[in-house]
Design a protein around this ligand. Sequence first.
Ligand SMILES: Nc1ncnc2c1ncn2[C@@H]1O[C@H](COP(=O)(O)OP(=O)(O)O)[C@@H](O)[C@H]1O
Ligand SMILES: O=P(O)(O)OC[C@H]1O[C@H](OP(=O)(O)OP(=O)(O)O)[C@H](O)[C@@H]1O
Length: 182
Amino acid sequence: MNRGWFIAVVGPSGVGKDTLMRAMIEARPGLRRVRRVITRPADPAGEGHEPVSEAEFDMRLKDGGFALHWRAHGLRYGVPVGISLDLGLGRDLLVNLSRGVLPEAQARFQPFAVLHLTAAQEVLAARLAMRGREVGEDIAERLTGAAEALPEGVGPVVSLDTDMPVARLARAALRQLQAVRV
Ligand SMILES: Nc1ncnc2c1ncn2[C@@H]1O[C@H](COP(=O)(O)OP(=O)(O)O)[C@@H](O)[C@H]1O
Ligand SMILES: O=P(O)(O)OC[C@H]1O[C@H](OP(=O)(O)OP(=O)(O)O)[C@H](O)[C@@H]1O
């Protein structure tokens, strides 16, 4: 059986990663989203992450519980090591990552592709404000470095500006990813 495809979905906070991943899965039910482990309290309106304390995160890290992990926005994020099982079973996965861990992800998981989402600063600012989870400094912090480039050498990459209706965006993402599949 072919191994499942690791599709890294990256882009700044508020760019629409979660919204697009949901739409892609609706359009292609075989695709799955990976449930991240985050040191953020549960949020019914959010991505459906697994909330853990700092101490629990540390323990899982020490026990080898994460395939990938990083810090951002004063939080810690982990991708559970169990994704290897799913990939081994041929399941294609959408994995919301930090741009900083892309080289490590690419080295570990093949076949691999990056879905890189972008948006103008004013669009990001409006979306973060509309989402309403963060205010003031937390929004400003998320906008700093929002346009950061991808690390050198990662790919293949599909880049999309998310300033369009989500159903159209999902069709474009699926079509363009298929075109770079090796
Ligand atoms: N294509 C889009 N068009 C309009 N609004 C969008 C679009 N994608 C996302 N949004 C809105 O922007 C906000 C942030 O989206 P979200 O998917 O949570 O971003 P991320 O997961 O990248 O942080 C949400 O309020 C969402 O409804
Ligand atoms: O290193 P970067 O590429 O800048 O990415 C850092 C973090 O920002 C994004 O967070 P997310 O959109 O999940 O932020 P949120 O916690 O505001 O939802 C991304 O998923 C990473 O977790």
